[in-house]
Design a binder for this molecule. Sequence first.
Ligand code: SAH
Length: 410
Amino acid sequence: MNDPTISDSPAPPQNAAGRVVLKPRKAQPFLARHPWVFASAVDRIEGDPQDGDVVDLVSDKGRFVARGVLNRNSSLRVRLYTWDANQPLDLSFWRRRLEDAFAMRRQLGLFSPQTGCRLAYSEADGLSGLVVDWFAGHAVAQVNSLAMAARWPQLAPLLAELLQPLSLTFRIDKTIASDEGLETQHGLAHGAWPQEPVTVEEHGLRYQVDLLGGQKTGFYLDQRDNRLAVSRYVRDRRVLDLFCYTGGFSLAAARLGGAREVLGVDSSKKAIAAAQAHAALNDATQVRFEAREAFETLDALQTQGQTFDAIILDPPKFTRTRRGVGAALQAYHRLNRRAVELLAPGGILVTCSCSGGVLREDFLDMLSGVAQKTARDVQVLEQRGAAPDHPVSAACLETEYLKCFICRVA
Ligand code: SAH
C-alpha cells in the first residue's frame, strides 16, 4: 500500500499496473468520456495495482475503454485521464495537459503577473483532482485526489518549471482528504511565501489574498465576471451584499457600478476584516461591512423596515450531494424569499448557487416558487455561470456548479 500522503509517496508507475473490469452494461458513461468510475460500476480488479497506480478500464468483454488511476479508499474508484490506449500516463502527458490548460488562460488574457486566475480546473481540464490557482505570481495547488497526491513529487517541479512562480503552495483540504483517504495538509513546494499579503487586480480593483488562511485557494475567482456584470445594475442604488466574504461584489458595486451605499455581511470575522481593508485599499467610502449571520441579518433588517434596491446572495454550498438537493432548495427558497421581501419595487436580485447538485432548472423552479409566495414578478435578466477560466466540461457536467442569476423583481 502506498502511504497516501504527499511527502512519502513513491513514484507511480508510468503504465497500467492492472485492469479494472466494468460490470456488464456499465461502460456507456465512460465511452462518453465521463472521468469518474464509481465502485458500483466495477465488477473486479485484475492484477495487483496499488492505490494511486495507473489502471486500464475495460468493458466486461475486456475491451479497452480508458486509462486512469485507482483509489480503493474512495467510492470514486477510478479517475480517468485518457481514452487513447496508446497514451501512457507519464510525466510528458501531465506536462501537455498542464501546458494546454495554461495556454487557454493566456489566450483569455487572464494569466499575467498582476492577475488572479484559475490555471487548471480539475475535470474541466482533464486533470481530475487537481486545481491550480494563480495569484499575482504565486501559485496555489489544491491536490484533491489520491491520484494527484501520489504524483505530487513529480507535479510540483513541473509546475515550478512551467509557471516560474514566486511560490508554489499545496493544500489538501479536509473534506477531500476524508473522501480520498488522504491526510489534511498544506505546505510550500517551491519558492518563498511572501512577507506581505499578495495583491491581485480584478477589473482595476485590488484585492489582497491570503494564500494559506483564505477560503478555497484564497479568493473566489469564479465570480470575477459576475462582479462586473452586477456592477452594471447598481448605479445610485442601495445594495446589500450577503455572504460577501472579502467584499468582491461590494467593491465592484461601489467602485465600478457607482452604488450609492453598500452593506456587506458575512459571518466570518476574518473575511470582514479583509473586506474592510479592501474598501480602504480601493477608496470605497460608501461601503460598510458587518460580521453577522445572514438569516439573522435579514430578520433584523426586516424588523427595522429597511429596503434595498439590489441584493446579492452568494451563499456557501448548501449540499455536496444529489441526495441533499431537496433540503438545499428549501434553504435557497427561504433565503431568496426573505431577500425579495426586502427589495424595493424594480429592485435587482443577484442570486447564486455553487452547489453542483442543484441544477439550473431546479434553481429556476425555486425562484418561481419565491415569485409565487411573495406575489412579486421575478424577471430573469441574465443567467450566468463561472468565468471562463472555470470551464464546463461537456463530458462531465458536474463541472458546472456555479449559477448566478441577475433578476429584476417588480
Ligand atoms: N461573494 C463572495 C464569496 C462568498 S463565499 C465573493 O465574491 O468573494 C460564501 C461566504 O458565506 C463565505 O465567506 C462564508 O464565510 C459565508 N457564510 C457562510 N455561512 C454564513 C452565514 N450563515 N451567514 C453569513 N455568512 C455566511
